[in-house]
Design a protein around this ligand. Structure first.
Ligand code: IMP
Length: 424
C-alpha cells in the first residue's frame, strides 16, 4: 500500500478521526503535518471515546509510531495533558511518539494575542489556542522551535526578544498586562525536561522508514476550505491543511506520497465565521445539529450546518489531487423527506460551476440546488452498500457523478463497525 494522506475535503470535522483509525491498521507510521491543538479528532473504540487534539490518533494502536511533524505548532502544556490522559487510560506513548525538532512552540502570549485579536479586531471565530500568532512568528522568523527549548542559552535569548515585542503589543495596542520572562522561562524549561525524549529529526526518521518500505499515513487536520492558501481566506486557519502540507510539514517529498483520500461529510458543516453558501435555516439547522452531534470537539461550539456542496468538494479534489473519497455521517440524513445538493452558485446573474476565490462572490452567491427524495429509513445498522435504501444509493451515486471521483467507503455511525466499502 502506498503512503497516503487522509484529509478533510470541507471545512473540517468531516469525521477524519474514525477514517484515519480504520486506515491505521495498514500502516506503520501516523504523522500530523500541520495545525496544532485546534484540531479535535474523535475516535470510538468498543464504546470508549477518545478525543485527540495533537497526538496522531494512531497512538491508540499498539506498535504504531506517531510523529508530530515540523509543520505542526505544539503547545507543550496541551501535549503533556494529552500524554497524561492517554497514560491514565493505559496507553503509553514513550518510544512511539516523536516530535520534530523544527516544530514551533506555542507560548501563552500566542494564546493571549489570539484571544485579544478576536475580541478587538476582525473576528474569525478561532479556537483561541494561539495557532495563528504562533504561525505568524514562524513566518516572521522570530518563532521558538522545539530544538530551542532544549538549549538554555538559545531559549533565553529568543524568549527575551519575543517578550520585548509581545509585551509592547499587549500593552500599547490592547492595554493588557505582559508576561514575565522568569516565569515563562522556568515553565518552558520544565516542559523541555519532560518532552526532550520525544524530540528528534523526524524528516530523517520518516525518510529512513520509507527506505525500509515502512508505510506512512499523513493525517490532515482541519479541512481544505480552512487552508490558508486554498480556503475561504481570511476565514481560515493559519496552515496548509491541503495535501501539499504533508510534504512541507514533514520533509517527505511529494514523490514519496502515493495517494490522497478525501473525507467528505454527507452534508456540510463549519465552525467559526465566514461564508457558507448552503447553510440551513433555523429549523433544519437545529435538527441536523442535534442528530449529527455537531458541536466542536475542541471548543464545544455549535457547528453551522448546511446541504452538501459539490462546488467546494470539487475544489478540494482539485487542489489536493484527491484519488478516493470516504463519505461519513450518511445516517444523519435518514429522517429527511428530501435532500438538496448544491451543484453551482449564482452571483449577479452569472453561474459559477467552479469555486469562486473572490470572497465577495462567495459571500453573496446563491446556491443552485438539485433535490433528491430522502430514504426515511434507519441506515445505522446497514453493513453493506447493497443493503442501503435505494434513495440513499441514488444520493451517493449523484454525489460521485458530480465529483467525478470514486467513493470507496461509507460511514453510518461513530463505531468502527458502522463502515462499509462501496463495493460491498
Ligand atoms: P484557528 O485554527 O484556531 O486559528 O481558527 C481558525 C478557523 O479555523 C476558525 O473558523 C476555527 O473554527 C477553524 N478551525 C480550526 N480548527 C478546526 C478544526 O479542527 N475543525 C473545524 N474548524 C476548525
Amino acid at each position: 500500500m502506498a503512503n497516503m494522506v487522509i484529509l478533510g475535503a470541507q471545512w473540517g470535522d468531516e469525521g477524519k478521526g474514525k477514517v484515519i483509525d480504520i486506515f491505521t491498521r495498514k500502516v506503520d507510521f501516523v504523522v500530523r503535518y500541520q495545525g496544532g491543538n485546534n484540531a479535535g479528532h474523535t475516535v470510538v473504540i468498543d464504546d470508549a471515546e477518545f478525543i485527540l487534539h495533537l497526538i496522531p490518533s494512531g497512538i491508540l494502536h499498539e506498535r504504531k509510531i506517531c510523529v508530530i511533524g515540523n509543520g505542526v505548532v505544539v503547545d507543550p502544556k496541551a501535549l503533556l495533558e494529552e500524554i497524561k490522559m492517554l497514560r491514565s487510560r493505559n496507553i503509553g506513548v514513550d518510544g512511539r511518539l516523536m516530535i520534530s525538532e523544527n516544530a514551533h512552540v506555542i507560548f501563552p502570549y500566542h494564546r493571549k494575542l489570539d484571544e485579544l485579536k478576536e475580541q478587538k479586531l476582525k473576528k474569525i471565530g478561532t479556537t483561541k489556542k494561539g495557532i495563528g500568532p504562533c504561525y505568524a512568528d514562524k513566518v516572521a522568523r522570530s518563532g521558538i522551535r522545539m530544538a530551542d527549548l532544549l538549549d538554555d542559552a538559545v531559549l533565553k535569548e529568543k524568549l527575551l526578544a519575543n517578550l520585548d515585542e509581545k509585551n509592547a503589543i499587549l500593552g500599547k495596542i490592547y492595554g493588557a498586562p505582559g508576561f514575565s520572562f522568569d516565569e515563562l522561562y522556568d515553565e518552558y524549561k520544565g516542559y523541555a525536561r519532560e518532552i526532550k525524549k520525544y524530540i528528534c529529526d523526524t524528516a530523517v526518521l520518516l525518510n529512513d522508514a520509507i527506505k525500509k518500505n515502512k508505510r506512512i499515513l499523513f493525517e490532515g487536520a482541519q479541512g481544505t476550505l480552512l487552508d490558508v492558501d486554498h480556503g475561504t481566506y481570511p476565514f481560515v486557519t493559519s496552515s496548509n491543511s491541503t495535501a501539499g502540507g504533508a510534504s512541507t510539514g514533514t520533509g517527505v517529498g511529494p514523490t514519496k506520497i502515493g495517494k490522497v483520500v478525501g473525507v467528505v461529510k454527507a452534508y456540510t458543516t463549519r465552525v467559526g465565521e465566514g461564508p457558507f453558501p448552503t447553510e440551513f435555516g433555523k429549523d433544519l439547522m437545529q435538527k441536523i445539529r442535534q442528530k449529527g452531534k455537531e458541536f466542536g470537539a475542541t471548543t464545544g461550539r455549535p457547528r453551522r450546518c448546511g446541504w452538501f456542496d459539490s462546488v467546494i468538494v470539487k475544489h478540494s479534489i482539485m487542489v489536493n489531487g484527491i484519488d478516493e473519497i470516504v463519505v461519513t455521517k450518511l445516517d444523519v440524513l435518514d429522517d429527511l423527506d428530501s435532500i438538496k445538493i448544491c451543484t453551482a452558485y449564482r452571483f449577479e446573474g452569472k453561474v459559477y460551476n467552479d469555486f469562486p476565490t473572490n470572497g465577495r462572490v462567495l459571500a453573496g452567491c446563491e446556491p443552485v440546488y438539485e433535490e433528491l427524495p430522502g430514504w426515511k429509513e434507519d441506515t445505522t445498522k446497514v453493513t453493506s452498500y447493497l443493503k442501503l435504501p435505494r434513495n440513499a444509493k441514488n444520493y451517493l451515486k449523484r454525489m460521485q457523478a458530480l465529483l467525478k471521483t470514486k467513493i470507496v467507503l461509507i460511514s453510518v455511525g461513530c463505531d468502527r463497525k458502522q463502515t462499509f466499502s462501496k463495493d460491498s
